[in-house]
Design a protein around this ligand. Sequence first.
Ligand code: NDP
Length: 266
Amino acid sequence: MTDRYAVFGNPISHSKSPRIHAEFARQTGQDLGYEAIEAPLDDFRASVLRFREAGGRGANVTVPFKEQAFLLATQRSERADAAGAVNTLKFEDGEILGDNTDGAGLVNDLVANLKFDPAGRRILLLGAGGAARGVGLPLMERQPAELFVANRTAYKARELSARFDCYGGGFEALEGRQFDLVINATAASLAGDLPPMPDDIFAPGALAYDMMYGRDTPFLAFARERGVRTADGLGMLVEQAAEAFYVWRGVRPQTAPVIAMLREAR
Ligand code: NDP
């Protein structure tokens, strides 16, 4: 029988996850179906439980339900606990296992696709929302020389950095500093805004990474104008999906052909 999986979000019609997982299933010969389900804003929990009741084996969770998924899980991975958010659920033996694959997705994209090893590098993480929370621990595990979290609301950056055992503060704390990797995990790109960074924030040979995908952003343009290498979040999207696929099926799909397919489809 075909195993059922789904992604829950609101809105969800834009999601590329069904396409990504259909491709992973085809590639690995796994017999599974994957659908997008728009859960009502006040009915996430019941929607997921209904899906499980109907035979669902697992689910991805996206905006705005990752914190609710964290609460719904009856068991959680260390990386989900560190993030305080869950993007992957697995239904097994009456339990709801909660995991967070966003950070692994980012690190795999950096290391495998972009050939950027965070070890010994100075990393700046812009933002302290859901996306930033998911990537702190996996980045720290790569032993960078430094991870600094900067956020518009400074106390949130300080809270998050205490959680990751690194440094953090407001954007003004960036004055006079340089980084080898700058990750934009703010929602500024969504609104066409640029997070306020000093002009000389990029060290020579730096990489500028915007988690946003699907369009050019002021952050990527800012980096390009300074001759800096750039990457968008499409690789992270596919890599976090591959990690979820592995959590569910114990098989690792190839990501490069799927990233290429999505880039071509744009
Ligand atoms: P949240 O709403 O949880 O967090 C938003 C963050 O952005 C906060 O830190 C907020 O600061 C900051 N922010 C918002 N507007 C501005 C602005 N104009 N200038 C500076 N900072 C701003 O969003 P998420 O963390 O869920 O998502 C952030 C981004 O990451 C989105 O673009 C999303 O698409 C992307 N993403 C990509 C993924 C991928 O797989 N590629 C996965 C997950 C997310 P403050 O605290 O001061 O309000």
